[in-house]
Write a protein that binds this ligand. Structure first.
Ligand code: IMP
Ligand code: MG
Length: 181
């Protein structure tokens, strides 16, 4: 793998555009859940920047919990194996649950996760994703709320990482490690 320290990031979605879109999503979610309390489930680590900006603009009462699933190691390729590394603290039964994730790629992670979470009998279960790479899909997963569609590139920033680097970039960009594609 190329050294992340020497890797150039090409800007794809500027900070200002992300800010606008996150506000629109927050307005839409607040309207859809008006009069209800929302349990926001962030998938660590990729979702935390997006989630932090999103929840601060919601106007409905919100409870926030996190879980960690692993489908990738330090590599950029999916292993197809999804493991719950850290589970939620909150029970989901009879709650309106919104899962927040950074990137929808093959869909394997979220398909597995939704199957598991449905067994806990939430009143409703929806998905909010910042970035979608539809051409990469291997199983059917459709976000209820989507920030942006992105091309088949390895994207980083605004929470998304490459080997744990670049999560703190305020914009979304892509890196080109050709050996990983
Ligand atoms: P999926 O199971 O293939 O849909 O993979 C979803 C997870 O893989 C996302 O939550 C990301 O954490 C990670 N991932 C997929 N594509 C990228 C990418 O382009 N950059 C960084 N992480 C990615
Ligand atoms: Mg992730």
């Amino acid at each position: 793998m190329t050294d992340p320290k020497n890797t150039q990031v090409h800007e794809l979605i500027p900070e200002q555009l992300i800010r606008q879109r996150v506000s629109e999503l927050a307005r839409q979610i607040s309207a859809d859940y008006a009069g209800r309390e929302l349990l926001v489930v962030g998938i660590l680590k990729g979702s935390w920047v997006f989630l932090a900006d999103l929840v601060r603009q919601l106007t409905v009462p919100v409870v926030i919990d996190f879980m960690t699933v692993s489908s990738y190691g330090a590599s950029t390729k999916t292993s197809g194996v999804v493991k719950i590394v850290l589970d939620l603290k909150c029970p989901l039964e009879n709650r309106d649950v919104l899962v927040v994730e950074d990137i929808l790629d093959s869909g394997l992670t979220l398909a597995y996760l939704f199957k598991t979470l449905r067994l806990r009998r939430p009143r409703s279960l929806k998905l909010c994703v910042l970035l979608d790479k539809p051409v990469r899909r291997q199983v059917e997963v459709t976000p209820d709320y989507l920030g942006f569609e992105v091309p088949d590139k390895f994207v980083v920033g605004y929470g998304a990482d490459w080997a744990e680097r670049f999560r703190n970039l305020p914009y979304v960009g892509y890196v080109d490690p050709p050996e990983n594609k």
